[in-house]
Ligand binder design. Structure first.
Ligand SMILES: Cc1cc2nc3c(=O)[nH]c(=O)nc-3n(C[C@H](O)[C@H](O)[C@H](O)COP(=O)(O)OP(=O)(O)OC[C@H]3O[C@@H](n4cnc5c(N)ncnc54)[C@H](O)[C@@H]3O)c2cc1C
Length: 560
């Protein structure tokens, strides 16, 4: 029976720029191939979708067909001796952790949330706190099965061009249906963490550089609003998986204990303006003061160290109905003054970044559109309705381009197409390969249309030209009030009503922080929600998530 479709309005994690499309959840590659081959309405392009944790509209296609991997969620095998998992593309990193940890295997690269699918991790070629030693996700994938736009199934490996167009290719080369991933051997499920509180940006960068030499994982959480002598002050956390001998004797009986449950849920709605300069300043101050100047050897759970935000389900609602934008750049080593300048620009501006993370990347991989490159990467989160956000991000773009850096496709929601072209010199190669495998323009996303990722100058009419600046899809929530001026360079509204700090909003924000801190402080792992998988020395059988797992995964997939 053909897979049914439903019409759904979708957004990314930033909850901006919603668009409606047909949504299908094929349960096999045959079903997915049939959907790809189905006649499409004019202009209705197809795009894959995982767990919707990309911040922007990369997994949306207005008026087209979105292929969700929600039912392609089986771990086909997990070789517990070699640490190799063969899984369907809709398997989440959390599922891989639940299956692999009992035998001492962890995902090779973990982004700041484990609620991403293997397909999404390859398509964005995601990075984690260990990029300086492990590179990004695709470097640990030994092969993948791809349904190309014509519905043909092909196996691609890292020695082929199509592999490196797919890694970081944001779903635009086809639907990844299966992948083989090499896992990382760990001695326990706890991380031995050292913490350093830094006084300013120079010390932050110096500590990050030293820690890259000493630790497998390292990152700085920065105070984006600190200025003057405190500019760029941060809490740097670095660590490695603990050895069994590091554990207190009470924990040694169960060294791979892992509790993936989110302990708190954000309320369904928050008032607009809750995240503003005043509340963020207050929260940053409390958080910075509370941190120790130096702390060594603290044992943290995987959730505390890698995914603190996963402790609160749907935390993205805290930004209110306007949603939020994340901006992440990488600037090459040697451009340290530009990194400092970016902190100055952000701290001098009314736009408050709630979550500000600085780290260093190691070597990049061969992905044509992969983001990581040796240098400094800074991620910033801004409420989308912040007054003046557009001009601030435009200035950051200028700085980034001038110093040979780029922004991250999985997070960008507003960079103008010509600026993006300057940032990604291999875009023409990507476009050429794409045109060869998809001459009829079957695939496409709201993101690809905005940035003209598939556009071939003087090429076939089906290659979408980039949206003109000022004509990008704008969320109804971001509509500009009549009579206000348009920012020419980017699509970000800078004229939305100003956010007002109220004592209530300050208290609510502090409430969220206190709750988050409580989650982070709980060190005793509770029972694992999924029945532990018993791994034979060679492999585990094909496995779908349990019923409890499935309902949690369904809740995670519900975006609107
Ligand atoms: C809290 C949080 C923290 C994050 N931290 C990091 C971080 O530290 N590092 C980092 O790199 N990223 C980070 N991200 C971004 C996230 O890891 C990526 O956007 C990832 O791609 C999301 O995976 P997903 O399964 O949700 O995919 P979606 O968001 O659904 O889709 C993302 C892209 O992948 C494509 N895609 C999805 N599945 C497939 C498939 N089967 N075949 C082909 N294409 C597919 C989609 O078309 C789309 O272009 C973070 C996101 C959040 C919400």
């Amino acid at each position: 029976m053909p897979t049914s479709t439903v019409t759904r309005t979708l957004t990314g994690w930033g909850r901006i720029a919603p668009t409606a499309a047909e949504l299908a959840e094929p349960a096999s590659d045959t079903d997915a191939a049939a959907l790809l081959r189905r006649p499409r309405p004019a202009g209705g392009a197809v795009i894959p979708r995982g767990l919707g944790r990309g911040y922007n509209n990369a997994a949306q296609s207005a008026g087209g067909l979105v292929l969700s991997t929600a039912r392609l969620n089986r771990i086909i095998s997990l070789d517990a001796t070699a640490g190799v998992a063969v899984c369907e593309a809709g398997v989440s990193l959390e599922q891989l952790m639940v299956a692999g940890l009992p035998a001492g295997w962890f995902v090779p690269v973990s982004p700041g949330t484990r609620q991403v699918t293997v397909g999404g991790a390859i398509a964005a070629d995601v990075h984690g706190k260990n990029h300086h030693v492990a590179g990004s996700f695709a470097s640990h994938v030994t092969s993948l099965d791809l349904l190309t736009p014509d519905g043909e199934l092909t196996t691609v490996t890292p020695d082929g061009e199509l592999f490196w167009a797919t890694a970081g290719g944001m779903g635009l080369t086809g639907l990844i249906v299966r992948a083989t991933v090499r896992l990382k051997r760990v001695g326990t499920s706890l991380v031995r963490v050292d913490t350093v509180k830094t006084a300013d940006i120079d010390e932050t960068m110096a500590v990050l550089a030293t820690h890259d030499e000493k630790y497998g994982y390292t990152v700085a959480w920065s105070d984006s609003l600190a200025r003057g002598g405190a500019l760029g002050r941060s809490i740097v956390t670095s660590g490695d998986f603990a050895a069994p001998s590091d554990l207190p004797s009470a924990a040694r009986g169960d060294p791979f204990r892992f509790d993936p449950r989110a302990r708190l849920g954000a309320p369904p709605a928050f008032p607009p303006g809750l995240i503003n300069r005043y509340t963020v300043r207050l929260a940053n101050e409390a958080w910075y003061r509370k941190a120790p100047r130096l702390r060594a050897g603290e044992l943290q759970t995987i959730g505390q160290f890698f995914h603190p935000l996963d402790g609160i389900r749907n935390w993205n609602r805290v930004y209110g109905p306007g949603g939020f934008r994340q901006y992440q750049y990488v600037l090459p080593f040697g451009a340290e003054p530009a990194v400092r300048r970016s902190f100055e620009l952000v701290s001098a501006h009314p736009a408050p970044s709630f979550v500000t993370v600085l780290k260093r990347f190691g070597e990049g991989d061969a992905g044509l559109l992969s983001f990581p490159a040796p240098g400094w990467t800074l991620a910033l989160d801004f409420p989308a309705r912040t007054p003046g956000l557009g001009p601030l991000l435009d200035r950051l773009d200028e700085l980034v381009v001038r110093h040979g850096g780029r922004v991250y496709l999985a997070k960008d929601s507003r960079v103008p197409a010509p600026v993006f072209e300057e940032m990604y010199p291999r875009l023409p190669e990507f476009r050429k390969l794409r045109a060869a495998i998809d001459p009829s323009g079957a695939l496409g996303s709201d993101l690809s249309r905005r940035l003209g990722l598939l556009f071939i100058p003087n090429g076939p009419a089906v290659s979408h030209p980039p949206a003109r600046p000022g004509h990008q899809t704008r969320s109804p929530m971001e509509s500009r009030p009549a009579g206000t001026s348009t920012v020419r360079t980017s699509s970000v509204s800078s004229s939305t009503p100003s956010a007002t700090a109220t004592p209530t909003s300050v208290m609510l924000t502090c409430g969220i922080w206190v709750r988050a801190a409580k989650v982070a402080a709980r060190t005793t792992p509770a029972a694992v929600i999924t029945p532990p998988v018993t791994l034979s020395p060679r492999s585990v059988p094909s496995r779908r998530p349990s019923r409890r797992d499935s309902s949690r995964i369904r809740a995670d997939r519900k975006m609107l």
